[in-house]
Design a protein around this ligand. Structure first.
Ligand SMILES: NC(=O)c1ccc[n+]([C@@H]2O[C@H](COP(=O)([O-])OP(=O)(O)OC[C@H]3O[C@@H](n4cnc5c(N)ncnc54)[C@H](OP(=O)(O)O)[C@@H]3O)[C@@H](O)[C@H]2O)c1
Length: 336
């Protein structure tokens, strides 16, 4: 079982007299910076020239610097820029300017675990990875609650890296919910696997496969959309609230029996073998290398895939059906 830390296991005073530089002011950045500040920690924000987040951070009361300038001033440097640019920001701006004994912090292990960022042995390196998006991390803190987080220490140069990491976690409110100990390896590999095999890749392809199976068999696309996409939320909400057993208790007996006899025919031995292959390609670095090269080339494969996915029947049918549901806020993804 994972070791779990709470507020009482950490001492926020560990951060007093220290300056935390939060690099990036997006989903996680705005939440970490504001929560830490309200916990009494000195925080500065670092953003690149021309960043659209600069004004927001200033309006929220922060001094904003370039990453290079912030690195000179900071004792703890938290990287909350997108994972694929962390190495560039570290190598070009942070490493040449940071204090020799500065502490490096991350909210996801990708850059460190896959050797994109290679800190000097003189630095403590830790991770506090909230298990929720930034706006929830912020909202829960404001409500006196917290979002659980993972903590890991990659390097413990000072001998106090875990103490500092836990103080940081408590400062963003995670100690109110629970901070689970892990490693950079475990967090990074399991996070990539989860999003590829289940949460994003697996779920979207399951929905599409179900939708097109019905449409190709002559069922109306609108009906197929309701059955294979719209209702996913109802089921996931039940699973989220009380696990698989609560969902199965809540659905009809017919649905339960269908689950029993058909679920394992969809996710069969071949699908499980594919999952193991995906995991091994994450573990041996094949995926990380591929993603880094894709970024360097300007994301040609991803752009092509995004365009093809946007242009699908399931998307246009969904747009029309959602316009009939006035309780849904209209969401149209911008170009990405
Ligand atoms: N989002 C989540 O739910 C979540 C959960 C747990 C962990 N994480 C981890 O948290 C980290 C940050 O992710 P995020 O989702 O918060 O990112 P995000 O919302 O995309 O925000 C990125 C921020 O970095 C800024 N930025 C971009 N390039 C920069 C540069 N060269 N120098 C300085 N700032 C730069 C962006 O500025 P602009 O606004 O100008 O683009 C933006 O403010 C990642 O390691 C991610 O894996 C995220």
């Amino acid at each position: 079982m994972a070791k779990v830390y709470y507020d009482m296991d950490a001492n926020l005073k560990v951060l007093s007299g220290k300056t935390v530089a939060v690099i990036g002011y997006g989903s996680q950045g705005h939440a970490h910076a504001q929560n830490l500040k309200e916990s009494g920690v000195t925080v500065i924000v670092a953003l690149h020239e021309g960043s659209k987040s600069r004004e927001t951070a200033r309006n929220d009361g922060f001094e904003v610097f370039s990453p290079a300038e912030a690195a000179k001033r900071a004792d703890i440097i938290m990287f909350l820029v997108p994972d694929h640019i962390q190495a560039d920001v570290y190598n070009r701006e942070v490493a040449p300017n940071m204090k020799e004994d500065a502490v490096l912090a991350f909210a996801h292990g990708f850059a460190v675990h896959f050797g994109q960022v290679t800190p000097s042995k003189k630095n403590d390196v830790f991770m506090i990875a909230p298990k929720g998006p930034g706006h929830i991390v912020r909202r829960m803190y404001e409500e006196g609650k917290g979002v659980p987080a993972l903590v890991a220490v990659y390097q413990n140069a000072s001998g106090r890296a875990m103490e500092i990491a836990l103080a940081y976690g408590v400062g963003i409110g995670a100690g109110r919910a629970g901070i689970l100990e892990t490693t950079f390896k475990e967090e990074t590999e399991s996070d990539l696997f989860g999003e590829q095999a289940v949460l994003c890749g697996g779920l979207c392809e399951l929905i599409k496969a179900g939708f097109y199976t019905l449409v190709e068999a002559g069922y109306q696309p609108e009906v197929a959309y309701f059955e294979c996409l719209h209702e996913v939320k109802l089921i996931v909400d039940l699973i989220f609230e009380g696990g698989l057993s609560w969902m199965r208790y809540s659905v009809s007996d017919t649905a339960k029996y269908g689950d029993a006899v058909s679920g394992r025919r969809v996710i069969d031995d071949a699908a499980r073998a594919n999952m193991r292959k995906i995991l091994s390609e994450i573990q041996d670095g094949t995926f990380a290398k591929d993603w880094i090269l894709e970024n360097r080339a300007g994301r040609p494969r991803m752009k092509k895939w995004v365009a093809a996915e946007r242009d699908q029947l399931i998307e246009s049918v969904g747009r029309d059906l959602r316009s009939m549901m006035p309780w849904l806020a209209k969401k149209e993804a911008p170009e990405y």
